[in-house]
Design a protein around this ligand. Structure first.
Ligand code: ADP
Ligand code: ADP
Ligand code: MG
Length: 671
């Protein structure tokens, strides 16, 4: 139902963005298209961040920690006054679900681009939201909301929920503040732990207990509502690929939802949103068991990280819609007019090292090239070449989104785009994301929220060498080697006919592969390898970071190149290898060369990241084994466990709990 035009609307003239990184950039893009000037706020470390330069104005809020900057209500509001902004977009995270902030903004006559403070009050708090959902007649996860202090009480609760259960902090978010318990005797202990953590992280120690739904899927409904009672659902998003309860890959539509269940989720979402007088975009999150039974989890009263996939399949701009609704205008579409076409997938690109159990990666981005493969690829990035990744904020530095008319097409585009995305200088999860895009369970759509834990329990070090990739890497290694050498020979004004003949390629400093170079030109090469003659062409030019090629018989996968002191690191589809190419006369000398990399100092442990020491798990004189937990360092809002890389004895502990350490600082001395 569409309401007639209303005249109690208020045009927005200037938007202050109370956020940073990719989402600030994202909001600026739409505001600019709509002709609305923007104001960025930035902390000390963000002075050179892209969003600061993209905004029409930028206001520095001195300090680094978000308590002094991005979530400091007083300073954010002061910045709005200084710049004359008449609206604030909070993005996600930070102040986006802070009712106190929203109310203060409203009271000052500034437009909060989001729902009313009252709706945030009800829905931003997990306990209030759950109680409200129960009262509205929505399916919620069985559990108990209230204070639990005796073992008897726990037994009563578990009699109805069964085990396992999950203990959650009501103020938690972004996957933080929850713990799963499988054993009835450990419930009380878990409640205390979550309570303490919540008090520390969120300043609010309320917790509740819920049945833990096993092997579930996370499915959420995007809604939009205006102030006149109109509500539409803009499809669902599947967000089951998660790590530590935080989303990593999202898609729309969901590969597992049938029409009837989707409609039931729509009906419940609309009922809930109508009951709390919600107006803006918002998301109703559900958890769904393998039996297709679904339960309300929480509502996110803000723009969501993964709104991009909805934008692709609905062809709508959700930031524009938020601005439109916050001006008091009616929804521009009815449910019948919402049409969902094609398939979109988002991968979250994080500054973290999957090979080191996802330790956040800090430092300067030395190379940065986004994939460019047309209208079916979108990059929402917060960084560029030269950006400094600090330990103070989230590890997510950008998002890659692809579209296709079918799910398979969207996956194919994602594989290609990830394969072309070059980020060097810091570690990222690009390789792992590419590997997931080739994983059978992901491709078949048959997975649950346990996928990452099951498939990558210890992180991801690059997948095993496979015959298929060996050949791909050999072909490209020859192409890169030739292109670089032809150039050298050309500089020398000499002939390069001598490149023909036998060459040896060394993979990962171990495997030798003998190849005969039969013929070559700038674009086409013929080699003989293991009795087979292969002719192929490629697009490599010296210095390029991505190479593509074809043979008569097949398309060779795109490969990323990282230049090493000797040779190249080639990676594709989550597989990575170091290759070096030698002409025959040099290859003969290889048995006399020590190819092992020099070992790093083993008499001490240097901090791999900057952060705060929150726990020391070893003592002076203790014997530790490889893989044992040594300390916990908090950085990028994550508690990161540092594991021993050797078997050794602790001679000295160089830091104390609570100390702030910089990357490279000594933490432990070994005997
Ligand atoms: P979405 O629900 O949009 O998929 P997430 O749950 O990943 O997004 O959270 C969005 C962002 O907000 C992330 O950067 C997350 O770390 C942050 N965030 C959300 N809630 C909180 C909170 N209560 N405390 C700290 N960070 C939060
Ligand atoms: P956050 O505010 O961190 O987003 P949510 O309540 O939305 O918190 O939960 C985040 C994730 O944790 C869910 O997507 C799901 O994977 C997992 N989870 C939460 N509650 C349950 C539950 N009762 N059973 C199973 N998994 C759950
Ligand atoms: Mg959630």
């Amino acid at each position: 139902m569409q309401c007639p035009a209303h005249n109690n609307t208020k045009e927005i003239k200037k938007i202050l963005i109370a956020n940073r990184g990719e989402i600030a950039t994202r909001i600026i893009k739409t505001a600019r298209r709509l002709g609305i000037p923007t104001v960025a706020i930035y902390s000390d470390v963000d002075v050179n961040a892209p969003f600061v330069h993209q905004a029409d104005e930028a206001i520095h809020i001195p300090g680094t920690h978000c308590h002094h900057t991005y979530i400091n209500i007083e300073k954010v509001i002061q910045a709005a006054h200084t710049s004359g902004a008449d609206a604030i977009h909070p993005g996600y995270g930070f102040l986006s679900e802070n009712a106190v902030f929203a109310r203060q903004v409203e009271n000052l006559g500034i437009t909060f681009i989001g729902p009313s403070a009252d709706s945030i009050d009800i829905m931003g708090d997990k306990i209030k939201a759950k109680n409200f959902a129960v009262a509205t007649g929505i399916n919620v996860v069985p559990g108990f909301v209230g204070s639990i202090d005796s073992t008897e009480h726990i037994k009563d609760i578990i009699a109805t929920t069964g085990l396992p259960v999950i203990i959650k902090a009501t103020a938690g978010g972004g996957g933080k503040g929850m713990r799963i318990v499988y054993d009835i005797d450990r419930v009380l202990e878990a409640i205390t732990t979550v309570r303490n953590e919540a008090k520390k992280s969120f300043g609010d120690d309320r917790v509740f207990i819920e049945k833990f739904i096993e092997n579930p899927r996370h499915i959420e409904i995007q809604i939009a509502a205006d102030k006149y009672g109109n509500i539409v659902c803009l499809g669902e998003r599947e967000c089951s690929i998660q790590r530590f309860n935080q989303k990593v890959i999202e898609e729309s539509p969901s590969p597992c939802l049938d029409k009837i269940t989707r409609q039931k989720m729509y009906d419940q979402s609309i009922k809930l949103v109508a009951a709390c007088n919600y107006h803006s975009v918002g998301t109703v999150e559900f958890i769904m068991g393998p039996d297709q039974q679904f339960y309300f989890l929480e509502m996110n009263t803000r723009l969501q990280v993964e709104h991009t996939v909805t934008e692709y399949v609905t062809k709508m701009d959700l930031v524009e819609l938020m601005i439109h609704l916050s001006q008091g205008k009616a929804l521009p579409i009815t449910q019948e007019e919402v049409s969902i076409n094609g398939w979109a997938i988002e991968t979250r690109i994080c500054a973290e090292d999957p090979a080191k159990k996802f330790l956040p990666s800090i430092g300067r981005i030395t190379q940065y090239t986004e994939p460019t493969i047309g209208e079916n690829v979108r990059v929402d990035s917060g960084v560029t070449r030269g950006s400094e990744i600090s330990p103070f904020y989230d590890a997510m530095i950008g998002k890659l989104i692809t579209f296709g008319s079918t799910r398979n097409e969207a996956i194919k585009n994602m594989r290609q785009a990830l394969g072309e995305f070059v980020i060097e200088g810091i570690a990222t999860n690009l390789n792992l994301l590419e590997h997931i895009m080739h994983h059978d369970s992901f491709v078949s759509g048959d997975f649950s929220t346990g996928f990452m834990q099951k498939e990558y329990p210890n992180g991801f070090k690059g997948s095993a060498n496979s015959e298929q990739y060996n050949k791909v890497f050999l072909l490209y290694a020859v192409a890169i080697y030739l292109s670089n050498n032809i150039r050298l020979y050309a500089l020398d004004a000499g002939s390069h006919a001598s490149l023909l003949g036998d060459i040896t390629i060394l993979i990962d400093n171990k495997q030798h592969h003998e190849i005969q170079l039969v013929q070559y030109s700038a674009e086409q090469i013929t080699i003989k390898y293991q009795g087979e003659t292969i002719t192929y062409s490629h697009d490599y030019k010296p210095g390029k970071q991505v190479i593509r090629g074809t043979t008569n018989a097949f398309t060779i996968p795109t490969v990323k190149i990282k230049y090493l002191d000797r040779g190249y690191q080639l990676s594709s589809g989550g597989v990575s290898m170091e290759v070096s190419v030698f002409q025959q006369h040099i290859a003969q000398l290889l048995p006399y060369v020590n190819l092992e990399k020099s070992k790093i100092a083993t008499d001490r442990l240097l901090s791999p990241i900057s952060g705060i020491i929150v726990k020391i798990k070893v003592e002076k004189g203790m014997t530790v084994a490889t893989g044992q937990e040594l300390l916990v360092i908090e950085a990028m809002k994550m508690e990161n466990t540092i594991y021993s890389e050797t078997d050794t004895v602790i001679k000295e502990i160089a830091v104390k709990e609570g100390a702030v350490v910089a990357q490279g600082d000594p933490l432990l001395l070994y005997s």
